[in-house]
Design a protein around this ligand. Structure first.
Ligand code: AMP
Length: 215
């Protein structure tokens, strides 16, 4: 099963993706994590992505599509995976469909987690992430048990450089202009599952998983 997780920055895509991947035993392909890993390793891809990520802009389609298509050619994705943060433009969605069609595969479902912009800004400004396992925390809504340390692996928590107020607003604008049109693309194919992301983490997860299992 190939699933796409759509939502604005801060909508909870990563958290829901983790839960769904665990429940359905799927590899979790997060484009933002792949760019951050490349940046940590200081590869050419990482350094290129950095300049866009810092400004809250999208990394060019050609670079992003190449990275994702390479990743999904790994054996763990042969019968399914969950995409988190990809596609983010119509061009990326079409490139994925084209690559899948050539292999007789297709996207099964696109989950859209909807959260109002005001709430997204609050979530992003309080967000801290584990440097080791990427688990997200929120200083008010879901703080770690020990300040600065991940509950799951004890890793150090950090605030993403692009979770700052100016960049957050830019990222939301990019989302509305470039990513929201993808929703219609998947709606026309009757593939969307639209969920209210303003509920608690477990409630959202329950809705997503039951919709996926009903398909
Ligand atoms: P994320 O962790 O998904 O919020 O992504 C962080 C940043 O990585 C984004 O603001 C973009 O600069 C870049 N990025 C992640 N996924 C994509 C994508 N599918 N297309 C272009 N840029 C992306």
């Amino acid at each position: 099963m190939y699933i796409i997780m759509l939502g604005a920055p801060g909508a909870g895509k990563g958290t829901q993706a983790d839960i769904v991947c665990h429940e359905m035993e799927l590899p979790h392909i997060a484009s933002g994590d792949l760019f951050r890993e490349a940046l940590e390793k200081k590869t050419e891809l990482g350094l290129l992505a950095k300049s866009y990520m810092e400004k809250g802009e999208l990394v060019p389609n050609a670079v992003t599509i190449k990275m994702i298509l390479e990743r999904i050619s790994d054996p763990d994705c042969v019968s399914g995976c969950l995409f988190d943060g990809f596609p983010r433009t119509l061009e990326q969605a079409e490139a994925l469909d084209k690559a899948f069609a050539a292999q007789g595969k297709s996207v099964d479902k696109a989950i859209y987690i909807e959260v109002p912009d005001g709430e997204l800004i609050k979530r992003l400004s309080g967000r801290w992430i584990c440097r080791n396992c990427q688990t997200p925390y929120h200083l008010v809504n879901s703080p770690p048990k020990v300040p600065g340390k991940c509950d799951k692996c004890g890793g150090e928590l950090y605030q993403r450089a692009d979770d700052t107020e100016g960049t957050e607003k830019k990222r939301l604008k990019v989302f509305h202009n470039l990513t929201v049109p993808i929703l219609d693309y998947y709606r026309k194919q009757s593939k969307t599952i639209e969920v209210n992301g303003n509920l608690g983490i477990q409630e959202v997860a329950k809705e997503v998983i039951s919709a996926l299992k009903q398909r």
